[in-house]
Design a protein around this ligand. Structure first.
Ligand code: SF4
Ligand code: ZN
Length: 312
């Protein structure tokens, strides 16, 4: 297999684009796709400060690497969930990556600031761990971005993540989530950071190849709490469809985005809808649709049921 651009030995075939690339051309392709996402979706510019939420995995560390390579002002934010060896390993990868490149890193420690790790917190409030994790991460991503004066918060979600999430939402007809499935979620009010997903044009295996080619030392293990997650099943199903019919994932997700864009012209935007219902949480001041935000509710419940949790 030869590189489509330079005819050197290819390291990755990309059937959905009928192409293959050698190491340098693969990196160029990945960077060009991310740049296209950033500019076409008007995510941010070279003068904006971007906070990248990193987990120590291939997607978020590659995103940070790509944005820096493209000349964007991208810094890192890591939430330490306190999941034993997994968190120790992932944090070490993040610190090594950012330290070696002189990238500013902000860290939030759940055990220090909430008084317990994610598993203990989930036990205290009797809710599924990943649901509690989602609430906490969304809260801290937003709060940190806003308080530290970043223009935008970027996450490493890729095409596989977005297509599988869309499949899950469609299978259960969770139409209320479909509005928020775009690669750009605007800052709908003061106190809400704009959120973007610059890797939505790239498949997981393309990013994994980018990370390997560029010697990015990432944590290969998945979070132990992801075992049995429905998203992994949806990803597997989409991968099987993709191997039989290359381009399925992108046709599914990008097709959805195109329809969403066409529809948005005929009805009020999500931003306008949200502005009507969002107001500051009476406890912490973060934007919420209820009187108290879900983070504050969760922490209040944890405080009632156990001695460990002490909200910051
Ligand atoms: Fe959080 Fe791990 Fe669940 Fe992902 S799998 S939401 S990181 S607890
Ligand atoms: Zn609150």
């Amino acid at each position: 297999m030869r590189c489509r651009k330079c005819k050197d030995r290819a390291v990755l075939g990309i059937p959905r684009h009928h192409t293959a690339f050698c190491k340098p051309c693969l990196s160029d392709f990945v960077c060009a796709q991310a740049e296209r996402a950033v500019t076409e979706e008007k995510m941010f510019t070279k003068t904006d400060r971007v906070l990248v939420a990193v987990s120590g995995g291939k997607d978020s560390l590659s995103l940070l690497d790509i944005l820096r390579r493209l000349g964007y002002q991208a810094d890192a934010f890591y939430v330490d969930l306190g999941i034993g060896e997994y968190s120790r390993q992932s944090k070490a990868r993040v610190e090594h990556f950012t330290g070696a490149r002189g990238i500013p890193l902000h860290v939030h420690e759940l055990k220090e600031d909430e008084g317990a790790g994610i598993n203990e917190l989930a036990d205290l409030v009797h809710r599924p761990t990943c649901s509690v994790c989602g609430t906490l991460k969304r809260y801290h991503f937003n709060r940190t971005a806003v308080e530290l004066g970043y223009h935008v918060l970027a996450t490493g979600h890729n095409l596989d993540d977005e297509a599988s999430r869309l499949l899950g939402n469609v299978l259960h007809w969770q139409t209320e989530y479909l509005d928020k499935q775009g690669p750009t979620l605007p800052a709908s009010m003061e106190g809400f950071a704009k959120k973007v997903k610059p890797l939505f044009r790239l498949a997981e295996r393309e990013i994994a190849a980018y990370a390997i080619v560029n010697k990015i030392d990432y944590i290969v293990e998945e979070c132990p709490n992801s075992k049995g997650a429905k998203m992994l099943l949806y990803k597997d199903i989409l991968n099987r469809l993709e191997s039989e019919s290359p381009g399925t994932k992108q046709a599914f997700y990008w097709g959805f985005l195109a329809k969403q864009e066409a529809e948005a012209k005929t009805r009020p935007s999500m931003t306008e809808n949200d502005q009507a219902v969002l107001h500051p949480c009476i406890t912490c001041g973060q934007p919420t649709t209820a009187e108290t935000c879900s983070y504050c509710k969760l922490m209040a419940r944890a405080k009632q049921t156990g001695p460990a949790a002490t909200p910051s």
